[in-house]
Design a protein around this ligand. Structure first.
Ligand code: ADP
Length: 595
């Protein structure tokens, strides 16, 4: 609401100004009016004196007489003025204020009266003074009458000063009354006009306030006395409101888009101000660094994330105005490595920074694996290569002449070459499987067929080594959805290991059974078994439980890794079930063929 105080503040100065102006004008007009009244009285007295003088000039009475006294009275009655006729030496001949002739005769000589002296000198005279005869103040006009250059006498007309003053005061009073009425009317008109303007102004003020509060759709129809002037203001206000609403809508939409993009990012994003207070953090950042993204707004970065590295990166970015890169190893919960990128926000002075966190743990892990792999491969290749080189050198250095040893050495060279060959083949298989390049021809494959083929292959090795090979899978009716060669390689690797690690007198069994829509193939042995702490890593490349023994047996450390990859490529899996000293059972699960 437009407070009354404002209205009053608007009225009072205007009213005061108008009042002062009107009063000053009134005072001036009053004094003019007063003068005009006095002037009119003077003219009236003068005109009466002049006409009396003209009338008496021809028949001037030299002596007081009853008839002259009557004449004076009748003149006084006609003009409403006191009439005095005075002889040239100052003797009063008639006076309208004297009751009878005796009174006239008793009047003192008037030659010293101011107006008389003046009229003797210049023909006429004025004076305002208290009458020596009557004791009252009069305004006198004396006109001298001459005949043939000789003064005959003086006609004097007088009005009571009190009467003139009363007329002047009455005129003045009426002017002041008029001025007062004008003041009252002016102030009233001002109040009325402002009052009429206040209502639509109040409406506009309310509309502006509503807009400040966020309600932009304000339309104020202009009404009342100032409608033309306020219509423009109202229209501008409505236009401003429309634009503000549009701007706010655009801002909101932009912000929503940005928020959606930021929330959808896999990278963590944290924006901080110049004091490192969090302005925004997305969910990925919260998840990665273990805080509630919504709850950290307004808190310092260090309170949200206990990392001096990040704080320092932001500080440097803000202070130097340049992007900063850091690697952050986050040890809370799972060990994770982040690449943190802090960029300064644009502006001078720099208003803050944006931190982008990329989880590079997987990249780091892969990098480690790659390095390990290269080390492993070099190591695996080195041993057979050094053996081959050593035997070859020995032969060249003369052992060729010793046929018995020469043959032994050549056999070793052949063995090591086989091993190298096996190693390279296994590595190629794994590389192809890992790269997803191995083309598997998945068809319905009877387990019995592959198990028979495989057991037949290994019987030649197992029997001489004193290991019994049992194959109940030969009678299995199960048909799996698999690539036959891949399944053969899986079983071969497992049976090969089982035969290799099982001492003479032991037993290796290949069995198959159904579990829902999966076939479960078990390759078990009565060998030394594998302690549970190795189970998790057993299927990794080059992982060996007993390195020396594996090499001695011609193993590459890649067999089980190939089994795992092939099983998974066919929609299956492989697990180990073993205790140290109690033999080992490898369990392969593969999907059954439909129908
Ligand atoms: P390798 O070529 O050395 O046999 P694998 O990947 O086939 O490589 O096997 C990995 C390791 O698992 C072997 O080095 C061996 O220590 C262990 N292992 C595999 N099969 C058996 C088994 N049947 N009995 C005991 N240990 C086994």
């Amino acid at each position: 609401m437009l407070r009354p105080a404002l209205l009053q503040r608007m009225i009072w100065p205007a009213a005061l100004l108008a009042t002062v102006g009107i009063l000053a004008l009134t005072a001036w007009a009053a004094s003019l009016q007063k003068e005009a009244v006095r002037h009119a009285w003077d003219e009236r007295i003068d005109a009466a004196a002049q006409s009396a003088a003209a009338a008496l000039e021809a028949d001037w009475p030299d002596e007081p007489s009853e008839s002259v006294q009557v004449l004076a009275h009748s003149m006084a009655a006609a003009t409403g003025l006191r009439v005095t006729l005075i002889g040239p030496a100052g003797r009063v001949i008639a006076d309208s204020d004297c009751a009878d002739l005796d009174a006239v005769r008793e009047m003192e000589n008037h030659k010293n009266r101011v107006e008389l002296i003046e009229s003797q000198r210049s023909g006429s005279g004025w004076s305002t003074r208290t009458s020596g005869t009557l004791g009252e103040r009069f305004r006198y006009r004396a006109i001298r009458i001459d005949r043939a250059g000789e003064p005959l006498g003086v006609v004097r007309m007088a009005a009571l000063a009190e009467q003139i003053n009363a007329a002047a005061a009455a005129a003045e009073k009426s002017v002041w009354l008029g001025g007062g009425a004008t003041v009252v009317l002016t102030v009233a008109a001002l109040a009325l006009v402002l009052g009429l303007g206040a209502k639509p102004a109040r409406g506009l003020a309310a509309a502006a306030r509503a807009m400040a509060g966020g309600s932009y759709d304000q339309r104020q129809p202009a009404t009342g006395y100032f409608r033309d002037e306020l219509a423009d203001l109202g229209a501008s206000l409505a236009e401003i409101g429309k634009r503000l609403a549009k701007r706010e809508f655009q801002l909101h939409r932009n912000w929503q888009t940005q928020a959606t993009v930021l929330e959808g990012m896999s990278e963590g994003v944290i924006a901080v101000d110049a004091e490192q207070r969090v302005l925004f953090a997305n969910r990925s950042a919260g998840r990665a660094l273990g805080f509630n993204a919504q709850a950290v707004e307004g808190r310092t970065l260090l309170e949200a994330v206990r990392s001096h590295e990040l704080r320092e990166a932001c500080h440097q970015a803000i202070a130097a105005g340049e992007s900063q890169e850091r690697e952050l190893v986050w040890r809370a919960g799972k060990n994770r490595t982040f690449e943190a990128h802090a960029s300064p926000l644009p502006g001078e002075p720099c208003p803050g920074a944006v931190l982008v966190l990329r989880d590079v743990s997987e990249l780091k892990r892969l990098e480690n694996l790659r390095q390990q792999f290269i080390a492993n491969v070099s190591h695996e290749l080195k041993t057979p290569l050094s053996s081959i080189k050593a035997y070859a050198e020995t032969l060249l250095n003369g052992a060729l002449g010793d046929p018995e040893n020469a043959e032994r050495f050549l056999r070793r060279i052949d063995e090591q070459s086989d091993r190298l060959n096996q190693l390279v083949m296994d590595m190629l298989s794994i590389a192809r499987l890992e790269a997803g390049q191995a083309t598997l021809e998945v068809t319905a494959v009877p387990i019995a067929r592959v198990a028979n083929r495989c057991v037949a292959d290994f019987e030649q090795v197992a029997t001489p080594g004193g290991v019994e090979l049992l194959n109940p899978a030969a009678n299995s009716p199960l048909v799996v959805q698999a690539d036959e060669e891949a399944l053969w390689q899986i079983l071969s690797n497992l049976v090969d290991n089982a035969v290799k690690y099982t001492p003479a007198g032991g037993r290796v069994t290949v069995a198959a059974e159904r579990d829902g829509d999966m076939a479960v193939i078990r390759v078990s042995d009565t060998g030394p078994g594998i302690a549970p702490q190795h189970h998790a890593r057993l299927f990794e490349r080059f992982y060996r439980v007993d390195k020396a023994r594996s090499r001695e047996l011609g193993g590459t450390g890649l067999g089980l890794s190939i089994v795992k990859h092939l099983s998974q490529a066919m929609g299956g899996s492989v697990t180990i079930d073993s205790e140290l000293g109690l033999g080992a059972t490898f369990v392969v699960r593969l999907p059954l063929a439909k129908g």
